[in-house]
Design a protein around this ligand. Structure first.
Ligand code: SF4
Length: 350
């Protein structure tokens, strides 16, 4: 739960560095004090203002009068047989969010949430079924990372941050961008831009805006090769249909050798026939993409099923014959409800 005071003090984790500099300047402090404070919070993980020894005592006192540093501790931690860990956090208003820590070859990837619930209503997604409750604040996004970084089960680095947890991150544009700035800043969490991935169902104006504001990696949740199927699976397609989405991808600046990841959940008899594979290959022609196929992870009450493994491999093969790099995501953490599309913010014990 967020340790947040009930008074009017400000949570310092809701500031990016430029905002911290502006705020301290208003209080008569030079810019380098903001950098010291920022570094203490993120690089050193400091949670107690009075213990920040790089700041003079008078400033520490003044800060504690006006501000605090929030932190998270999970309400529940679930461990999968495959090593995946799901953290359930209860927020100040008793709403819940989840983050998923995924072990890979000698390092970890953390999947973070940006909203409680989600407004996009993708048909195959449990979070979408919750509906939209609220956006997370910047502090609530970065606290997921700070908690996970401090509680890694193995002595491996936390290397990747993916915005693929609960919510559509670009719908919560302002707080997602501020969190990204903190994650990438050398005095902040100091992640490489190659290691931070924003996933979107295709909010076209926000994609263009974010690509100008931050140098990050992109995952586009496509899930269908034609508008009819996509309208059914991903309702936002009615607002931003495939041609608008692909046009936006062409306009987004990508550094050399960088490609979009196309996320494609495979649903039996809905979007996973070989006809769909050929249509997908033709749709993405000439775009800098790699394709990640995700056999559907069932959840209670779901109307969909995964196709057979044989069909998944055939789907992959068709795309590979067109020259695409195609991976199949072996979703981890399905036994603890932590796999793609399974996050619902409910404790296991409930
Ligand atoms: S798939 Fe992503 S965007 Fe779609 S409903 Fe689920 S959380 Fe929201």
């Amino acid at each position: 739960m967020v340790l947040k005071s009930l008074d009017s003090r400000l949570d310092l984790k809701n500031f990016d560095l430029s905002e911290l500099e502006a705020w301290l300047k208003e209080l008569g402090e030079p810019g380098y004090r903001a950098r010291q404070l920022f570094q203490a919070i993120y690089a050193q993980g400091q949670q107690d203002i009075t213990a920040i020894s790089t700041l003079p005592k008078s400033l520490r006192y003044m800060l504690t009068e006006n501000a605090f540093i929030s932190s998270f501790s999970p309400e529940e931690v679930l461990k999968s047989a495959d090593g995946t860990v799901k953290f359930l956090f209860r927020l100040d208003d008793n709403k819940r969010i989840e983050s998923v820590l995924i072990p890979q070859a000698g390092y970890y990837t953390l999947c973070v949430s940006t909203q409680v619930g989600c407004a996009q209503g993708c048909r195959f997604c449990l979070t979408g079924k919750m509906g939209f409750k609220r956006h997370l604040e910047t502090a609530e996004i970065v606290n997921q990372i700070l908690y996970a970084r401090a509680h890694l089960p193995q002595p491996w680095p936390l290397r990747n941050i993916v915005f693929m947890g609960m919510g559509e991150s670009l719908h919560n544009f302002q707080h997602t961008l501020k969190a990204i700035q903190i994650i990438l800043h050398p005095l902040g969490l100091n992640f490489s831009h190659r290691r931070v991935t924003v996933s979107t169902v295709g909010l076209v104006p926000q994609m263009l805006k974010m690509s100008e504001a931050a140098n990050i990696s992109w995952a586009i949740s496509l899930h269908a090769p034609d508008n009819q199927t996509r309208n059914f699976l991903v309702p936002v397609n009615k607002k931003y249909p495939l041609d608008a989405l692909l046009e936006a991808m062409k306009r987004m600046p990508l550094p050399p050798r960088k490609r979009f990841t196309i996320e494609y959940v495979l649903l039996k008899e809905v979007n996973s026939t070989l006809k769909h594979a050929h249509a997908l290959a033709k749709l993405l022609k000439n775009l800098p993409v790699k394709i990640n196929l995700i056999p559907f992870n069932p959840h209670p009450g779901s109307e969909f099923q995964a196709p057979s493994w044989e069909l998944v491999l055939q789907f992959q093969e068709v795309l590979q014959k067109y020259g695409y790099t195609v991976t199949i995501r072996q979703s981890k953490g399905a036994d603890i409800g932590a796999a793609c599309g399974q996050l619902d913010g409910q404790p296991q014990a409930a």
